[in-house]
Ligand binder design. Structure first.
Ligand code: MLT
Ligand code: MN
Length: 309
């Protein structure tokens, strides 16, 4: 199985357009110590010809430009895309707005929970995905589904979606519904991606790591995991925001309760952070936080990163 990281940053990208935090400034200075990153998404393929995209970032157009295998090649018909399907893990802007780039009258399959498909269904801008061409396929928690190409042939890749701790998308929060803003299980899912011989996990948003998740991830070959913040209150401390990671539905990398420490309890061959916020110091190649992450076996993903399983 081939994997390409299309975008490694969290919502807003790195640097985020309105952020003047030193991290963001460093990325704007075009130094090799702070590589800019687009918003989180990966592409998967068994043959490098037909691709499936996990989440559709608002930066998708640039991501295609940076990854030519995802654009039509000279042998292809006059209208063609190697993108056979898109799978959504939540309804966040950074994971859905890119669907609008995939207009129009181009076949592909759109897989998401009923909850997320309903959100998209209610928002008429997504009508640009002509239903005559784009099949909306509801997926069910804990039920394996097969990825099919646009001719309905099985791709060889199957996916088991499962709920992880999280919350409803920021733009759908309903304060009248109490502390969890009306979140339901289908709002934040993780994906277990399987070919005949290989398996990996894609978890770009996760609020905490319960024991059952540790058991599930133990002895896996590869895990992409939510790397939004280094420290739960880093945005507040540095005066660039008023929310903690917990409030946003993201576990932090560092600390006793952080993902680095908790996932140290299990065996994962390759562990990679994705969905990294513009304030996270581990984005900087020479930061002490990057060193700590690396020492604990973590890689910090970057755009165009390639993995072959
Ligand atoms: C998140 O991951 O918390 C959201 O993408 C935030 C946002 O919508 O900017
Ligand atoms: Mn996000």
């Amino acid at each position: 199985m081939f994997i390409k990281v299309l975008g490694a940053a969290a919502g807003g990208g790195y640097p985020q357009w309105n952020c003047n935090h030193p991290n963001s400034r460093l990325a704007r200075s075009k130094t090799s110590k702070a590589l800019p990153r687009t918003q989180s998404s990966i592409a998967i393929s068994l043959d490098k010809y037909k691709w499936y995209i996990l989440n559709a970032s608002p930066d998708l157009r640039q991501q295609l430009w940076d990854n030519p295998e995802l654009m039509p090649s000279p042998e292809d018909p006059l209208r063609y895309s190697p993108i056979m399907g898109v799978i959504l893990t939540n309804a966040d802007v950074d994971h859905t707005a890119g669907l609008i780039n995939l207009r129009e009258s181009q076949k592909f399959n759109l897989y998401a929970t009923k909850r997320v498909l309903d959100v998209i269904g209610k928002n008429s801008i997504f009508n640009v995905l002509n239903p005559k061409f784009v099949k909306r396929m509801p997926i069910e928690l804990d039920n394996v589904f097969n990825l099919h190409d646009t001719e309905d042939t099985f791709s060889g890749i199957s996916i088991k979606p499962f709920a992880v701790p999280g919350k409803v998308a920021l733009w759908l929060e309903d304060e009248s519904k109490g502390k969890n803003f009306g979140s339901v299980e289908e709002d934040t899912i993780a994906l277990e991606i399987n070919s005949a011989t290989k398996k990996f996990f894609y978890i770009p948003a996760c609020a905490s790591i319960p024991d059952w998740l540790l058991t599930k991830l133990d002895n896996s070959e590869l895990v992409f995991f939510d790397g939004t913040l280094w420290q739960d209150d880093e945005m507040i401390k540095q005066n660039v925001g008023i929310k903690t990671g917990k409030r946003m539905g993201h576990i932090s990398m560092s600390g006793e309760e952080g993902s680095i420490n908790i996932l140290n309890k299990i065996n994962i061959k390759r562990r990679i952070f994705i969905h990294i916020n513009t304030t996270n110091p581990s984005l900087l190649e020479d930061s002490k936080e990057r060193e700590i992450a690396n020492k604990n076996g973590w890689e910090i993903s970057y755009d165009t990163m390639e993995i072959s399983l």
